[in-house]
Design a protein around this ligand. Structure first.
Ligand SMILES: [Fe+2]
Length: 299
């Protein structure tokens, strides 16, 4: 496999050309993809739609996948393999979900800026989102560069936030949209997780913000002040100059590094069109949450 890179901007976003997800990945191409991600943080591989097995096999070249990908506990049969997260507006029969379906209401949280799985004990390293069906207009995915956003902060803000710890919970982001219809079992499955607000990206050595709509408070900080600080930082980080907007084509695989980006889905006409996206999630197995050393957090 002979792959090459086309930068979409000098430092954020690239297209990786010449990679076939249906073929075994050789070491040099794998290294090229990792190097690309370390520099550009988000990359697209264009092609044709691939099978679930091929998508999973490709993603496993970069680490173990998150096998506990469902948050909602349900008896409804899954549409996809247990190794893939269903980012669609479709039910188990591949029909468009009713607008009041609990799965759709939960998935509306993807419209908020977030980083995947920051609320889980093992967070996400890479997300690899593969497009099977897209609406004719809209439904883009936006990704923002939290390294550049950190670099752009005033010096005194960098000093203020350098040692702060944020509390992440999936129930925080869903509550922002008024969705609080979770069972005690679902709450018990995902207790709050503490993570640094600023971290060093291990692949590049760059400092980066680590933000998400899952953050409900900052440790050792009054709730209101913590939430206002996070809101200010998120507004700063999502300025257009830090954002890449991906206009989907069927067969695209968009890869983003959750350790230094946030992303969100853009709206489309969900009552008329299918948007079938399938996500493989490579876990960040080499970093433990802060609460290994601290008391269990509360939201
Ligand atoms: Fe996401």
């Amino acid at each position: 496999m002979s792959a090459s890179i086309t930068a979409l901007t000098p430092a954020f976003g690239a297209e990786i050309i010449g990679v076939d997800l249906t073929l075994p990945l050789d070491a040099s191409t794998r290294d090229l993809i990792v190097d690309t991600m370390n520099h550009f943080a988000v990359a697209v591989i264009r092609g044709v739609t691939v099978s679930q097995d091929d998508q999973v096999a490709f993603a496993k070249n970069f680490g173990p996948l998150d096998a506990i990908n469902g948050v909602l506990q349900t008896d409804i049969k899954r549409r996809l393999s247990a190794d893939l997260v269903d980012i669609s507006n479709m039910d188990e029969q591949s029909n468009i979900l009713e607008l009041d379906d609990r799965r759709r209401l939960f998935n509306l949280g993807n419209r908020l800026w977030h980083t995947d799985s920051s609320f889980k004990r093992i967070a996400a390293k890479y997300s690899m989102l593969h497009a099977h069906a897209i609406p004719p207009v809209a439904g883009e995915t936006q990704v923002c560069d939290l390294r550049a956003a950190y670099d752009d902060l005033p010096k005194d803000m960098k000093e203020q936030i350098g040692d702060l710890v944020a509390v992440h919970s999936i129930f925080t982001s869903r509550a922002l949209l008024g969705f609080d219809n979770f069972s005690p079992e679902e709450h018990a499955l995902l207790p709050p997780i503490c993570r640094p607000l600023v971290r060093v990206h291990p692949g590049s050595g760059r400092k980066t913000l680590y933000l998400a709509s899952h953050i409900g408070r900052i440790l050792d900080c009054p709730v209101a002040e913590g939430r206002l600080l996070v809101r200010d930082l998120m507004e700063h980080a999502t300025q257009p100059k830090f954002v890449y907007t991906h206009h989907w084509r069927i067969g695209d695989t968009l890869i983003w590094d959750n350790r230094c980006t946030m992303h969100r889905a853009m709206p489309f006409d969900e009552s008329r069109f299918k948007r079938d996206m399938r996500r493989a999630t490579v876990m960040e197995t080499d970093v433990a949450p802060v609460d290994d050393q601290n008391a269990v957090a509360t939201v």
